[in-house]
Design a binder for this molecule. Structure first.
Ligand code: F6P
Length: 342
């Protein structure tokens, strides 16, 4: 049995831990061979492959990024993408494919399996934690830790200068990073993509915080949108999955707050720092277990499934179901955080 492995979409702490888990268990317990495809679906389309044996996965558990590289290549937007993937799998005698990715990468895997019978197993990754069917994706815990540390550090500058500090975190469709890091870091306003924000209300929170002789920290997810306006973008170009490149709302918000409240307001955009570096212990644990269970799914012929965390159990769910809708922040959960606004 030969198994192909690829990592697609934005990189995420824990990708290497999955690859290691897959290869170690597959080689040691089942005698499988592995081929890594470089840069997500690009490698599968173009036949860019590397052998993946145990020596290749030694020492990678704590390393961020992915030893296989990543890209946002979408084979369905290419002329002959699916045929090329089939040719690559045949050429490398690959019997099954483990795709590690978010909604886009796994959406491709779901279609390749459902429409073309390609035997795929999915592993959910994204710092955004927005994949339904799993309680958590790996990478999220690390990103929340990094954002929380940044908020902690920004509090001291906010207080020393009595400024408003706006922190823009990642979160395209879902505000999980903003909500968790904002709560953990004691933010005075948390703005998420799921709920349009009212600028007057944000300014009222800022003003009331200054009245209490403290300086406010406003955490805003990059996908958050003002109530009376459009999404704030620096760049409207889209990737092959149709997503615009986000970031810009933090800068815009600081300018608006400063103009309306008369208080100096500055922005810190955390950007890729949230995805960089070593994964947290939780993410290493989750990613490793996902890898072990993904190779078991291959052994059982459970193609068209994705491994998922439910409580502390790893289960299998249909890929089609897992990629059908995103997991967004429940309004009740968001309201809960409101006690600390202002
Ligand atoms: O999906 C994960 C994510 O980090 C999003 O939060 C963000 O919008 C996007 O990827 C950014 O991707 P890129 O690094 O390719 O611009």
């Amino acid at each position: 049995m030969k198994v192909g492995v690829l990592t697609g979409g934005g990189d995420c702490p824990g990708l290497n831990a999955v690859i290691r888990g897959v290869v170690r268990k597959g080689v040691q317990e089942y005698g499988y061979e592995f081929t890594g495809f470089k840069d997500g679906w690009r490698g599968a389309v173009e036949g860019d492959a590397v052998p993946l044996g145990i020596p290749a996965v030694r020492g990678i558990l704590p390393r961020g990024g992915t030893i296989l590289g990543s890209s946002r290549t979408n084979p369905f937007t290419l002329d002959d993408g699916v045929r090329q993937i089939r040719d690559t799998l045949a050429k490398h005698e690959v019997d099954a494919l483990i795709a590690i990715g978010g909604e886009d990468t796994l959406g491709v895997a779901a279609r390749l399996h459902a429409e073309y019978g390609i035997p795929c197993v999915g592993v959910p990754k994204t710092i955004d934690n927005d994949l339904s069917a799993t309680d958590y994706t790996f990478g999220f815990d690390t990103a929340v830790g990094i954002a929380t540390e940044a908020i902690d550090r920004l509090h001291t500058t906010a207080e020393s200068h009595m400024r408003v500090l706006v922190v823009e975190v990642m979160g395209r469709h879902a505000g999980w990073i903003a909500l968790h890091s904002g709560l953990a870091g004691g933010a005075n306003a948390i703005l998420i993509p799921e709920q349009r924000f009212d600028l007057d209300q944000v300014c009222a929170w800022v003003t009331s915080r200054f009245k209490a002789s403290y300086a406010p920290i406003v955490v805003v997810a990059e996908g958050a949108v003002p109530k009376d306006g459009d999404m704030v973008l620096k760049d409207a170009t889209t990737d092959s999955f149709g997503h615009v490149r986000l970031s810009g709302v933090g800068e815009w918000l600081a300018k608006e707050i400063e103009a309306r409240t008369g208080k100096e307001a500055r922005t810190t955009v955390l950007g890729h720092v949230q995805r960089g570096g070593t994964p947290s212990a939780f993410d290493r644990w989750l990613a490793t277990r996902f890898g072990l269970h993904a190779v078991d799914a291959v052994r059982d012929g459970a193609f068209g499934t994705m491994v998922a965390l439910r409580g502390t159990d790893i289960v299998r769910v249909p890929l089609a179901e897992a990629t059908a809708r995103l997991k967004t922040v429940d309004p009740a959960l968001y309201r809960e955080a409101g006690v600390f606004f202002g």
